[in-house]
Design a protein around this ligand. Structure first.
Ligand SMILES: [Zn+2]
Length: 262
């Protein structure tokens, strides 16, 4: 398979060398039953030797390798992070598009692009990307941080939610902020974006200014939401490798302290 790297996934885990961040070569892949037919090229910039595949839940790691949670290692992958993020999304797309969604015929891989075609009805399937918004609400030199009810971690972060069909990013921000914490916002300002492969999100981050309303937390989604101002002791915030971590750190009130600030 040339000089490319191979990314092998099992559920939400990635196969890595026991001794560190190293990926299996073609021999290791074939030892696990992952041959050339199972290795899906990533088609990065239209041309790449990097390949991805997923294996069944009962497949064990070969000697010298170990499956690790992708979520736990993604932040430490550095420049390979975006590549691994793409690899995971492509392997999920392969895993979930074996049959045509229109007529249930087995799909065929395109030879020229990252696409499955249905030989019976002509339907095409490309890897899906689901846009989601993230917004840090500011009021003077205070910021609003929330702890999500569905995550096990106790981290406080910006508000976030998926863009719904027919919405702009801005529509989604106004709707989600009102639904989750009962506030109105204005002066939306783009901050940046990040691919988030759980399973195929594109997180698009903004700041916004408070424009009215009282904090009224939607209990299903938000466990707690609070304003933090100058000199506050912040709760744990997201890691700096995530866009949430960068968004919060770029907008900290003066003189705040936190266990997780560095
Ligand atoms: Zn079809």
């Amino acid at each position: 398979m040339g000089d490319g790297m191979n990314f092998i996934f099992r559920d939400d885990e990635i196969l890595l060398c026991e001794s560190g961040i190293d990926f299996p070569n073609a021999h290791v892949c074939s030892f696990m039953g992952v041959g050339n037919n199972e290795l899906q090229p990533l088609w990065l910039n239209g041309n790449s030797d990097h390949c991805t595949s997923h294996v069944a839940r009962d497949i064990e790691a070969p000697p010298g390798f170990v499956f690790r949670k992708l979520r736990a290692v993604l932040g430490g992958l550095g420049e390979d992070g975006a590549l691994v993020s793409r690899a995971f999304q492509v392997s999920e797309w392969v895993r979930t598009n074996r049959y045509c969604g229109v007529c249930a015929t087995p799909m065929r891989k395109s030879e020229t692009e990252l696409c499955f075609h249905c030989p019976a009805c002509g339907f095409s399937s490309y890897p899906r990307v689901s846009p989601a918004m993230m917004v840090l609400v500011k009021r003077g030199n205070e910021i609003l941080l929330a702890r999500h009810a569905i995550h096990a971690t106790a981290r406080y972060t910006a508000l976030a939610g998926f863009v719904e069909a027919g919405e702009s990013i801005e529509d989604a921000i106004h709707r989600e902020v009102f639904e989750e914490v009962g506030l109105y916002v204005k002066d939306l300002c783009y901050f940046g974006s990040q691919s988030w492969p759980f399973p195929h999100s594109l997180m698009i981050a903004y700041t916004a200014e408070y424009d009215g309303g009282e904090l009224n937390i939607q209990q299903d989604e938000i466990a707690d939401a609070r304003w933090f101002g100058p000199g506050a002791f912040l709760p744990d915030i997201p890691m700096v490798e995530s866009i949430a971590g960068r968004l919060v750190r770029a907008n900290l009130p003066p003189y705040v302290t936190s266990r997780t600030l560095l």
